[in-house]
Design a protein around this ligand. Structure first.
Ligand code: TXA
Ligand code: MG
Length: 321
């Protein structure tokens, strides 16, 4: 792939991180690595900076953003931290878990970032570069995945450059993302903890820590509560077919475990390895010599739940361009 020459990728050295912090304070966009996927960051207290995220991604403004902090203490002036939140924070932060909490009346977070909701989604990433960038900016940082809205999420700096190009001021390169799927989104703003998006922390681990079953998206037949849960998402250019055991000769076959396939998510069937490889392999198989990407069945437990969630959206009917 050729990149436009205005794209600015830099290795995440201390000098580049300091520059990123200064750009963010100045209201500019910076892409940076987290343990899940690359994020497209902006100062979450600056309406114009947040508006620039929606613009760069082509993202509908009713879909709220996650606010990233470098220290749990930074939460207190943004949201009401409930007892349940404190318990899961102690267990899972830093890490791939986002909490939806009630907005404080005097919260400095842009209303655009939270799409006008009375809640804010917050997370503390388990990645030294991400935390250093947030700390260097001295601001809470709104950061969706650094891709055009609806497209496959980036797990390498090059993916960000391919998807957003010169729309980002600076892309910090911190190598491949360890987890590879986005954070789990847990809503703690209501009466019962509710899973809004499966992700890098498994539902099993959360339910064990909370000592109770989570309300799942499928428990309700009405519209999903997380406005970001649009039908078609994570979509490569080619059509995607799921639960395929007999691929057609002209299809790329994305496999799992010991099998004959075009690319393998994890030859040993390890679901964490599969999650880490998912988005990069969807991109790699998205080539004109194939008619479609056929995907082998993926077990629906552990990180398999997040993988299947992303694959279902990648296979969902698309809006006409
Ligand atoms: O791993 C991740 O979470 C990555 C990295 C960059 O941190 N970020 C990410 O952001 O995946 P994004 O914008 O692609 O997804 C945010 C999700 C969306 O489904 C959105 O609707 C939901 O979180 N969300 C954000 N604020 C919310 C709120 N106040 N209430 C309910 N859902 C919310
Ligand atoms: Mg995203």
């Amino acid at each position: 792939t050729t990149l436009p020459d205005t794209v600015h990728i830099e290795t995440a050295t201390p000098a580049a991180i300091a520059q990123a912090g200064a750009l963010l304070r100045d209201g500019r966009l910076v892409a940076f690595p987290t343990e899940t996927v690359y994020g497209l960051g902006a100062d979450a207290t600056n309406d114009r900076a947040v508006a620039a995220i929606f613009q760069a991604k082509g993202r509908p403004s009713f879909n709220p953003l996650i606010v990233h902090v470098a220290d749990p203490a930074d939460l207190e002036r943004l949201v009401h931290v409930t007892d349940t939140a404190r318990a899961v924070i102690a267990r899972f932060w830093p890490g791939p878990l986002t909490l939806v909490l009630p907005r404080r009346a005097n919260s400095p977070i842009s209303l655009l970032a939270s799409a006008g909701l009375d809640t804010i989604a917050v997370r503390l990433p388990d990645h030294a570069v991400a935390r250093a960038v947030i700390a260097a900016s001295g601001r809470p940082i709104a950061a969706p995945s650094a891709n055009r809205s609806g497209a496959v999420s980036p797990t390498l700096a090059e993916h960000v450059a391919e998807s957003l190009g010169a729309r980002v001021g600076l892309i910090l390169d911190g190598g491949p993302c360890r987890v590879g799927v986005e954070s789990t989104v847990l809503d703690l703003s209501g009466d019962e903890p509710a899973l809004l998006r499966p992700g890098g922390v498994s539902v099993e681990a959360l339910e064990e820590a909370l000592g109770r079953r989570l309300v799942r998206p499928t428990d309700h037949s009405d519209a999903p509560k997380s406005p970001g849960m649009l039908a078609s998402h994570y979509a490569p250019g080619l059509p995607v077919r799921l639960n395929v055991t007999q691929p057609a000769p002209d299809e790329a076959y994305l496999g799992l475990g010991a099998m004959d396939c075009t690319a393998n998510l994890s030859p040993t069937g390890d679901l964490e390895e599969a999650a880490a490889n998912l988005f990069a392999l969807l991109r790699a198989l998205d080539r004109p010599e194939f008619s479609a990407i056929a995907v082998a069945p993926i077990p629906d437990h552990g990180l398999g739940l997040a993988i299947n969630d992303r694959l279902k959206r990648a296979a969902a009917p698309r809006k006409p361009a």
